[in-house]
Design a binder for this molecule. Structure first.
Ligand SMILES: CC(C)(COP(=O)(O)OP(=O)(O)OC[C@H]1O[C@@H](n2cnc3c(N)ncnc32)[C@H](O)[C@@H]1OP(=O)(O)O)[C@@H](O)C(=O)NCCC(=O)NCCS
Length: 153
């Protein structure tokens, strides 16, 4: 398994994997509104390949929470034929090992708590988002407010 930063040639293959794992309606999710018109963080977007075939991918975007910067982790997806082999953990671990502090995501706490993610209180994702799925890891002391798109220069 080779894990490497995503390149522009990988883009559509990763999109196809995300459609497969989440369904093509995934871009209607409110978390996608935080990504519209914002470039992802290249060093924190990774693709895993096994003999050339894509096995998993993770992307990360900048965002803001209140007035403070944060990273929005995800989407993360592992091909259905490769799930349960630890690849998701490898991809998430790789990003967290180089991400600056304060990472947020929308996801299942029973999965993400093994990486240190806990429910965030006082942090509001764009509606409609189940508050119980708004999770964070890192230094969230005193950081509250709406999650908004990172401003671009
Ligand atoms: C979620 C996902 C990224 C995990 O990747 P993976 O490579 O299959 O996961 P790992 O091999 O690292 O971990 C497997 C473990 O996570 C558990 N797990 C997987 N998804 C879970 C979930 N949604 N909730 C709770 N536990 C989950 C498995 O039961 C397994 O548990 P075990 O270690 O006790 O056997 C992958 O299953 C996937 O792409 N799913 C479809 C898309 C998706 O739902 N993405 C993110 C959800 S917010």
């Amino acid at each position: 398994m080779e894990i490497a930063p995503e390149t522009s040639e990988d883009w559509w293959e990763v999109e196809a994997l995300l459609d497969l794992c989440f369904g093509p309606g995934r871009t209607a999710l409110s978390s996608y509104r935080l990504r519209d018109g914002v470039d992802p963080v290249p060093a924190l977007c990774l693709v895993a390949r096994d003999g050339g075939a894509i096995a998993g991918a993770i992307r990360t975007w900048p965002c803001a929470v209140g007035t403070r910067p944060a990273l929005l982790l995800g989407p993360v997806a592992v091909h259905p034929t490769r799930q349960g082999e630890g690849l998701g953990a490898q991809l998430i671990g790789a990003v967290l090992s180089i991400a600056p502090t304060r990472v947020i995501l929308v996801g299942d706490e029973p999965y993400y708590r093994r990486f240190g993610f806990r429910r965030l209180h006082g942090v509001e994702m764009p509606p409609p988002t189940n508050p119980g799925r708004v999770l964070g890891v890192g230094d969230w002391t005193g950081v509250t407010g709406p999650v908004t798109r990172a401003t671009t220069d």
